[in-house]
Design a protein around this ligand. Structure first.
Ligand code: IPM
Ligand code: MN
Length: 370
C-alpha cells in the first residue's frame, strides 16, 4: 500500500481545530487500509514564536522539506500584534513558501448548489461556479527588495515595497495556468495592471508570447486587475482559470471566496516545480481563510476549506484521484443533506460544530467506500 509522509502545521487560532478534523480523515484512510499516512507535527506562526522565538524553526523547516506534503492551518492573532516584523506569525508561512519554492498557488472557487444562497451574491450569479485562481506565490511585492521603512530625518519616514518579476517567474506560473486550463474548459484570463506598472507590461508580454509559442489551443484573455475584481462579482462564470501575481492573487482570491458562500469553503494548494527524475514536487496545502481569532476555541469554525485542502493533496501530491473524488463528494453530500457550520448557515436548522461537520464528512466517506 502506498505510504506518504504528511507534515502537519496547525498553527494558531482556528488552525488546530480545523486540522483535528483532517486527522479524522487520515485516520479513516489508515484504518481502512486505503492508504498509509505517516504523520508528524510541528509549530508555525505565533505558537512557534511562543515556543522558540521564531515563526518557524529550522528543525520544522527540515521536516517540511522532507515531507511528501505539508498541511498548514492558519497563523496570527492579536496576541502577537507587537512582535518584531521578521518573526511575526506570517513570516513562518512566507518562509515555507519561499524556501520550498512553492511558486504556484491554486485556489479553486467552487459554489456547491446547496450553498448558492449562503453567498452575498444572487443565486444565479454563483450557482454552479467552478473557477481556479492561479496565484504566483514566491515573487512580486511580497518578496521584492528593497522592502523597508527609512527615516528621512525631517520628521518624515518612507515605506518602500518593491514589485519585481523576471521572465522565468511569469513563464512558469503561466505554464501552470495553461496546463490546468487544458484539463478544464480551456480558457485562461491573465491579469495585471499594465496601464500603470512596468511589471504588468512585462507580465502581459511574457504570457502573450508563451501562449503563442506553447499553448495556442487555449483561449487567452487579458483583464486589468481592477476590472477583473469587478467582473468577479458581476459575472464570475465567464472565467475558467485566472492567472495573476502574488498581491492581486491574494486580493482576488478573497473576493472569489465570497462567491462560494464563505471564506471557510476555499482550499488551496501551493506547488513547486516537478522534479523530472522523481516526478515529485514540493507541496503545501492550506485553507484560504486565516486564524479567525474572534471564533477561536468555540467550535464554530468551518473545517471544509481545510479538509478540501487535504483533498487537493490527495490529488496533486499522492495521485489518489479516486479518494479525492470520494472526499469531495462526501463534502457535497453533507452540504446537500443540510449540514451547516455557522458561517454558511441559513434559516433552516441550528448550525453544527466544527467536530460535527468533520464527523459527518468521515461518515459520508465511510458510506462511499462501503
Ligand atoms: C493568504 C494569506 C497570506 C498572504 C498571509 C497570511 C501572509 O492572506 O494565504 O492569502 O497574504 O498570502
Ligand atoms: Mn490572503
Amino acid at each position: 500500500m502506498a505510504s506518504f509522509k504528511l507534515f502537519l502545521l496547525p498553527g494558531d487560532g482556528i488552525g488546530p481545530e480545523v486540522m483535528a478534523e483532517v486527522e479524522k480523515i487520515t485516520a479513516f484512510f489508515n484504518a481502512n487500509g486505503l492508504a498509509h499516512f505517516e504523520i508528524e507535527k510541528g509549530l508555525v506562526g505565533g505558537s512557534a514564536y511562543d515556543a522558540h522565538g521564531q515563526a518557524i524553526s529550522n528543525a520544522d523547516m527540515a521536516l517540511a522539506d522532507a515531507a511528501d506534503a505539508v498541511l498548514f492551518g492558519a497563523v496570527g492573532g492579536p496576541k502577537w500584534d507587537g512582535v518584531a516584523y521578521d518573526v511575526r506569525p506570517e513570516a513562518g508561512l512566507l518562509r515555507l513558501r519561499k524556501d520550498l519554492a512553492l511558486f504556484a498557488n491554486l485556489r479553486p472557487a467552487i459554489c456547491y448548489p446547496a450553498l448558492a444562497d449562503a453567498s452575498s451574491l444572487k443565486r444565479e450569479i454563483v450557482e454552479g461556479l467552478d473557477i481556479v485562481i492561479v496565484r504566483e506565490l514566491t515573487g512580486g511585492v511580497y518578496f521584492g527588495e528593497p522592502k523597508q521603512i527609512i527615516d528621512l530625518g525631517n520628521g518624515q519616514k518612507r515605506g518602500i515595497d518593491t514589485q519585481v518579476y523576471d521572465t522565468y517567474e511569469i513563464e512558469r506560473i503561466g505554464r501552470v495556468a495553461f496546463d490546468l486550463a487544458r484539463k478544464r474548459r480551456n480558457k485562461v484570463t491573465s491579469s495585471e495592471k499594465r496601464n500603470v506598472m512596468k511589471s504588468g507590461v512585462l507580465w502581459n508580454e511574457v504570457i502573450t508570447a508563451l501562449h503563442k509559442r506553447e499553448f495556442p489551443d487555449v483561449t487567452l484573455e487579458h483583464q486589468l486587475a481592477d476590472a477583473l475584481g469587478m467582473q468577479l462579482v458581476r459575472w464570475p462564470k465567464q472565467f475558467d482559470v485566472i492567472v495573476t501575481d502574488n498581491l492581486f492573487g491574494d486580493m482576488l482570491s478573497d473576493v472569489a471566496a465570497m462567491l462560494t458562500g464563505s471564506l471557510g469553503m476555499l482550499p488551496s494548494a501551493s506547488l513547486g516545480e516537478t522534479n523530472p527524475k522523481t516526478r515529485k514536487r514540493k507541496a503545501l496545502y492550506e485553507p484560504v481563510h486565516g486564524s479567525a481569532p474572534d471564533i477561536t476555541g468555540k467550535g464554530l469554525a468551518n473545517p471544509i476549506a481545510m479538509i478540501g485542502s487535504f483533498g487537493m493533496a490527495l490529488r496533486y501530491s499522492f495521485g489518489l484521484n479516486e479518494a479525492a473524488d470520494k472526499l469531495e463528494a462526501a463534502i457535497a453530500g453533507v452540504l446537500d443533506a443540510g449540514l451547516r457550520t455557522a458561517d454558511i448557515s441559513n434559516e433552516g436548522g441550528a448550525p453544527v460544530s466544527t467536530a460535527q461537520m468533520g464527523d459527518a464528512i468521515v461518515a459520508a466517506l465511510g458510506r462511499a467506500y462501503a
